[in-house]
Design a binder for this molecule. Structure first.
Ligand code: ATP
Length: 561
């Protein structure tokens, strides 16, 4: 299939902001694809990616290398391409311009096919070692040599991960349903179980509703995590659970999903990225202490400090980020895995089993050892004992407790009431940076405050709920400015609009109702706490959640009077 057809789709998608139209365009496009292999690749390309997030492969191509490749292919000076970004505002557009100016096209020029583009991306991703940059350069230059300007624009955006066609997972799901006349709920279910849009699209086309409903958990493909809602206190949580529940320590670390297949262990982060390589000591412990041949288990990875007290979750994220000198980090930031769930064991999917059975099965296959434990749990119907357990957890330096319904099944990707969390403070919020303001005086070269957005999944947009300028160190501001500059969409005076990509955690004094923002809410005195690299923008807190927290807060206030 010609790549220009895909470029045409991107173009149509860019021209409309309407979700229904976007869905229709994607559906029409997918419907026209016959080759099942291609159907496995296309969903990712449509999302502006090459591989699913959980695939370890990445292109590893920065702007510099890309510009060099385009320069090689077109004969246009690299500096000229770079400079033109100031006018176009987008390297994709600048590459298209360079391709228009191209001195000569090779006599042997071949129209690009999607298969070839994808094949080249795979080669680029799999190139490593000595002189890998040179080889990547050659592969890319070859692509650009045969690319039309419009194609070059989208190749560039795909390579750099800056597609911006506004197609997110929800649109893709609906488009798959529309294209192959299958149920959206079944597409969603299959996706929640496998996180693999390629596989889901192919199954939808080849096997329809029936095939989709047969989709099962697979070792090696991460499952969307089940999530919790907040409860005001232990008593309310216990009531919600029907009088009896499992209380567990809520560890403050990073959630991981561990897939074990014999000697092969893969570990995924909360946003389902493959973090296996950064934590080899955890891999070894899994091999040693998990007694099942094949299993998928979940737990919270915690950084432990002096006297075994937990350290803030950012320490674990530092471990995930580290690519080199990992040994040194193992010493500096020791980790402990606290396992709390099991989703699969030896050929058997466990998500439809009740929580109490899952815990039992987890206890059967996990041998507790150094750095690997079962989450500490108390099953009770006694509010007093639960309260005691909660306070003990806090004394030990943990975040709070999780309260789980004993008869509940595991609901992938759902934030329901089967799991509740109780913490002593108002819940911090994870929000997305959607805008920023340049500072003044000493801070005129950095963004000094940030506009925060909450996610509205219905519309697929991020609505502002406040501006945060406190809690940042000078270094933080420099880091954030560097991180956000490539994401600037528009600049107006001192204000910039930013593509919603970066999630941060903030505290605040209160949530207020506010007519000022379209969201209807505003945070009073928000303060920056940490970067939440483990969350995608779609996993940030939603408007609905803010509304729930507002209700809780008001009940809290009323109770205190
Ligand atoms: P948070 O910022 O509170 O971690 P979240 O959106 O990541 O929120 P929630 O579902 O709201 O996730 O809260 C549950 C989270 O708490 C899990 O994702 C997991 O990372 C963590 N956690 C710690 N201990 C446990 C436990 N015993 N059982 C389940 N989750 C736990």
């Amino acid at each position: 299939m010609k790549y220009i057809e895909l470029a045409g789709l991107y173009q149509r998608l860019e021209k409309t902001t309407l979700k229904t139209l976007k869905t229709k365009y994607v559906a029409e496009f997918l419907r026209g694809v016959e080759d099942p292999k291609l159907l496995e690749i296309l969903p990712y390309l449509i999302l502006g990616k090459v591989f699913p997030d959980w695939d370890e492969r990445e292109l590893g191509v920065g702007e510099k290398l890309l510009i060099k490749a385009v320069s090689m292919a077109t004969g246009v000076n690299a500096e000229e391409i770079e400079n033109s970004v100031k006018d176009t505002g987008d390297l994709g557009e600048s590459v298209a311009l360079a391709l228009k100016k191209r001195k000569q096209r090779s006599f042997f020029s071949q129209p690009l096919t999607i298969e070839r583009v994808y094949g080249t991306f795979v080669k680029v991703a799999e190139t490593s070692g000595e002189r890998s940059q040179d080889r990547k350069l050659k592969y890319l230059a070859n692509l650009y040599m045969d690319a039309k300007p419009e194609e070059g624009k989208y190749l560039t955006r795909t390579i750099l991960g800056t597609m911006r066609t506004g197609v997110a997972e929800g649109i893709l799901r609906d488009a798959i349903a529309e294209a192959f006349k299958v149920k959206a709920e079944l597409v969603e279910r299959a996706y929640m179980l496998t996180s693999d849009f390629g596989y889901v699209t192919r199954t939808a086309k080849m096997e329809g509703n029936e095939g989709l409903s047969r989709v099962q958990i697979q070792v090696g493909k991460p499952i969307r995590p089940m999530l919790a809602q907040v409860a005001a206190n232990i008593e309310e949580a216990l009531k919600e659970m029907g009088g009896k529940a499992a209380f567990e320590i809520k560890y403050d670390g990073a959630r991981v999903q561990v897939h074990k297949d014999g000697e092969r262990v893969t570990i995924y982060s909360r946003r389902l990225e493959n973090v296996t390589r950064s934590i080899p000591e955890v891999v070894e412990r899994i091999k040693e202490y998990i007694k099942a041949e094949k299993a998928i288990v979940e737990g919270e990875l915690v950084a432990v400090g002096e006297n075994d007290r937990p350290r803030p979750f950012q320490f674990v994220l530092r471990r995930f980020r580290r690519k080199y000198n990992i040994e040194e980090m193992i010493e500096k930031i020791p980790l402990e895995l606290n396992l709390f769930d099991i989703l699969y064991v030896n050929g058997q999917g466990m998500i439809d089993a009740q929580f109490r059975e899952r815990r039992h099965s987890l206890e059967e296959i996990v041998e507790e050892g150094e750095g690997i434990r079962l989450a500490v749990q108390l099953v009770t119907d006694d509010a007093g004992k639960a309260e005691e357990f909660y306070h003990r957890a806090l004394e030990l330096g943990h975040e709070g407790v999780m309260v789980k319904r004993l008869d509940s099944v595991y609901e992938p990707g759902n934030r329901g009431k089967k799991w509740l969390k109780v913490k002593p403070t108002m819940e911090n919020l994870d929000l997305v940076i959607i805008g920023a303001e340049w500072g003044e005086g000493r801070r005129s070269h950095v963004f000094a405050s940030y506009l925060l957005g909450a996610y509205d999944p219905g519309q697929g947009v991020f609505l502002p709920v406040g501006k945060v300028g406190s809690g940042f160190t000078d270094e933080d501001l420099v880091e954030f400015t560097k991180m956000l500059k490539p994401l600037v969409i528009r600049e107006e005076g001192k204000n910039v609009e930013i593509e919603p990509k970066v999630v941060i955690q903030v505290t605040y004094q209160e949530i207020q109702k506010s007519p000022k923002y379209e969201s209807g809410f505003a945070l009073r005195f928000p303060r920056y706490v940490a970067l939440r690299e483990d969350k995608t923008p779609e996993e940030a807190d939603t408007l609905e959640r803010i509304a729930q927290l507002y209700e809780l807060q008001e009940r809290f206030k009323a109770g205190r009077k």
